[in-house]
Design a protein around this ligand. Sequence first.
Ligand SMILES: *Cc1c(COP(=O)(O)O)cnc(C)c1O
Length: 405
Amino acid sequence: MDATLSAGEPTLLISRSALWHNVRLIRRQLAAGVGICAVVKADAYGHGAQLVVDALRKFTPGDSEADHPCVDRVAFASMDEAAQVAQPDCPVHILRPIEGVYVSGHREAIEHAIRNGWILSVLSVEAANDLARLAQRMGMRARVGVMIDTGMTRCGAPPALVPALLDRIRAHAAIKLVSLSTHFVSSERRGDERMPSQLAQFLQLTSPISSEMPGRLVRHAANSAAVFAFPRAHLDLVRPGLALYGIEPSGRPNLSRPLRPVLKWVAPLVAIHDVNPGTTVGYGGGWRASRLSRIGLIPVGYADGYSRRFSGSASVIVQGKPAPVVGAVSMDLTTIDLTDLPEARVGDVVTLLDSDPLSPASVYELARIDQTIPYEIVARLGARLRRVPVDPADLEVPEMESEVD
Ligand SMILES: *Cc1c(COP(=O)(O)O)cnc(C)c1O
């Protein structure tokens, strides 16, 4: 890795070739004609939504699929998120439902969405009526999708209300129903008994209308885990998030399925202090040198998403070797013990989150230490970190190379 890339600034290096590799791996699971909707919510799981959308839409993978756009659609959590990215040349899904109460307060945002043809989620008759009124005044048709709750009890229309809701939506000339979807409760475990019954309920609720509108309704259910574990749920379109970024939804590296992590988080080693035995390091003085020690300083802290729980438990990588985090991670700074790495120098590039899935600083290891899931480790990466596209040579994942390339 080129040290100048990170000179002075903590940086997320984003590998577009890894992103394309993961898309190809996902595409390979799908029957011909099944679309991919890239989930880029939460700033593309911390990777930088603009950069990821550009890589997925503007660039081509540079192989036999070159004349094929990488993905067919993108999904954001909210209209606000979508508005922060230059309008991509493909359909945009907004996952968060338009609530009835919310329409008047968000009129401009909704009009912007309608004008751009974004697919808006509608779960209630009230929201459908409000949306239709807005679209009609604009002389346009709003494109809507309905997510059906088959067990999440989160943001889906209750099955009992679905027939009436769909009738109501179709009665509005100013609304065009384009998408029907559901979301799985648990798709991480192969053989989870809820997935087939959720899918069966979804198909039963949507098959009548789907056969009435052949080719005009896109039905989708599968997130990353279901892409790999549950081919029957692929339907017309899949909605992978985590797998695009090269992370296993199970939370463990899987050497037989070589997803390639897209992100590597680096920061410069800005200072090294030689300290005497007995010296304490960091807030609270929680770590005390037991020997003559070299303490390194990195300009990254919990405000950047480097958890305070990493204090005394995580490792960073310096010159290819692990160095333990010592003392309390603070808001903007982290201290590491370099006593056993005499070759470390100020200006060295330190890796806080490694692209190698087997690294002591992998997303899996950090999630384990923080008692969370890899999703949270990447989704909370701070806004002040630079996101820099790199391509393709600097991500070394030798064990993970496969026939895919
Ligand atoms: C976040 C999300 C996804 C993507 O899930 P992954 O597990 O990251 O693949 C798909 N569908 C919906 C509705 C989501 O909210």
